[in-house]
Write a protein that binds this ligand. Structure first.
Ligand code: UDX
Length: 459
């Protein structure tokens, strides 16, 4: 008698933030297309909305109960929140995973092969080990930032901290990490250095996973990937950019589509798109310098101002009337945009970004050069690479000042220097497209990952 094909189930544990959920759901989609059944285990606070879950009808969603109320994130800050989350979630995740194992024993559609967890949800690794389910780490940042964090976590005493506190030390190159300077290392705007180093150390020390999946492509950072594999002594699968391999929409905020109609009326490659992602916060005075720099550049712009992202303002109400009058014909401001669609629109000429890794990949994946104004964490590594290694971005450093903003925008949008950056960005786009096609490096890495997961078993 013919044996019935058995699907293997993968349990995914995303970190509950937009920049982490999106790539995790893209990975889920890619694995589902390869024949795996998917369970997404989310913590109670900030889960995907029901309508988002409706976009993934073949997935199971389960909740990891926590006693952490969502406002806790706002009170203690992201780093403390994550540390706390890892302390308290282990027990409830163990119950949740045990229940899943019981339910799925003998279920043709459900033999769990492994748990894939966001690097910062390290409690999942420990629980999986206890229950004898293999686990794999998923990093939503790039390989270079991953190596930095591991090194910082290992040497939390002096090597990385001391130069940051010396006069002029911030501008020194970090030995072995060219072209990164100490100030480019992934430190956080959300927490004291010591708390962050503790989080990095925990993520590294509690890592029990048998492999690492990373949302990057080897054409972007092949030497960092080799170094990472050597450091970890475990297989590393660079399967990105995942949004190009398996699109999966899961916006936690409502997208304002009026901006697409507005873009339809603009000239090709003329618009500056501005967005600082889902977490970055901006001082009011920086917003004013940015606004006047934009106004003085005379270019049309589409600006995403996320509610609550400007200190002291609910939204954009503190922009002066004079500014609104001057830019009324060529500026459009929204609360949240369908970013990937915006970046693929022919009217967009450059992206002013905080350089979150998703935004970075989405921009170079469309051949759009960037104005880089990183805010926190890995964004500083990404900005330095965009400016110095891939040479498709201009990093704005120091005090934000309208003259400097206007000059940078002209360099990118009007000067020959900008045209050369655009050409390099288009070249990167082609390389990235090739990497996710059959025969490409990321495509191959995904196939290797699939074979690897098939060797894993719940014992
Ligand atoms: C954070 C970190 O900054 C990032 O580097 C890390 O890898 C994940 O966590 P975030 O700051 O939100 O993420 O930035 P980013 O990684 O760029 O992710 C933002 C996502 O929101 C992108 O996928 C982007 O397309 C989406 N977005 C942003 C929208 O859909 N609409 C918007 O208006 C703005």
């Amino acid at each position: 008698m013919e044996e019935k094909a058995v699907r293997r189930r993968v349990v995914l544990v995303p970190l509950p933030a937009q920049g982490h959920i999106s790539p995790m759901m893209q990975l889920a989609k890619a694995l589902h297309l390869k024949g795996f059944s998917i369970t997404v285990a989310q913590i109670e606070s900030n889960p995907l909305t029901v309508s988002d879950a409706d976009d993934f009808p073949h997935f199971r969603f389960v909740t990891i109960p926590t006693s952490l109320p969502e406002p806790e994130l706002k009170i203690v800050g992201l780093v403390e929140f994550l540390t706390k989350l890892n302390e308290i979630c282990a027990v409830s995740f163990k119950e949740c995973l045990s229940k899943l194992l019981q339910q799925q024993q003998g279920d043709d559609d459900g033999i769990p092969s492994c748990v894939i967890y966001d690097e910062y949800m390290y409690f999942s690794g420990a629980v999986s080990k206890e229950l004898k389910i293999p686990s794999i780490v998923f990093s939503t940042t790039n390989a270079t930032a991953f190596i930095c964090r591991s090194a910082q976590g290992r040497n939390n005493t002096n090597e990385f901290l001391a130069p940051l506190r010396e006069p002029g030390g911030q501008d020194k190159l970090v030995p072995g990490f060219h072209p990164l300077r100490y100030k480019d290392l992934p430190t956080s705007a959300f927490a004291p250095l010591e708390s962050l180093m503790k989080l990095y150390a925990n993520a590294a020390q509690k890592r029990t996973a048998s492999a690492v999946i990373i949302n990057t492509a080897s054409c972007l950072e092949s030497s960092s990937l080799s170094r990472l594999e050597q450091d970890l002594q475990a297989p590393v699968y660079p399967v990105g950019p995942l949004h190009m391999a398996a699109s999966a929409s899961c916006s936690l905020l409502e997208e304002d589509r009026s901006c697409i109609e507005w873009l339809n009326k603009q000239k090709p490659s003329s618009v500056i798109y501005i967005s600082l992602g889902s977490l970055a916060l901006m001082e009011h005075k920086d917003m004013m310098e940015m606004a006047w720099g934009l106004a003085n550049s005379n270019q049309p712009f589409l600006w995403v101002i996320r509610p609550g992202s400007i200190s002291g303002s609910e939204w954009a109400e503190s922009l002066p009337e004079e500014f609104s009058r001057i830019v009324s014909e060529r500026g459009h401001i929204v609360k949240w945009a369908p970013q990937k669609e915006v970046l693929s629109h022919s009217a967009v000429g450059c992206f002013w970004s905080h350089c979150g890794w998703n935004s970075t990949l989405e921009s170079i994946g469309e051949g759009i050069p960037l104005i880089c104004r990183p805010f926190s964490g890995d964004q500083k590594v990404n900005a330095r690479y965009l400016d110095r290694i891939w040479r498709v971005g201009i990093q704005l450093e120091g005090e934000l000042e309208r003259g400097g903003v206007e000059k940078a925008l002209r360099r990118l949008m009007v000067n020959e220097e900008g045209a050369a950056m655009k050409e390099r960005a288009l070249c990167l786009k082609e390389k990235l497209k090739a990497s996710v096609k059959p025969g490409g490096t990321s495509h191959n890495a995904l196939d290797e990952l699939v074979s690897f997961i098939k060797t894993l078993q719940y014992k």
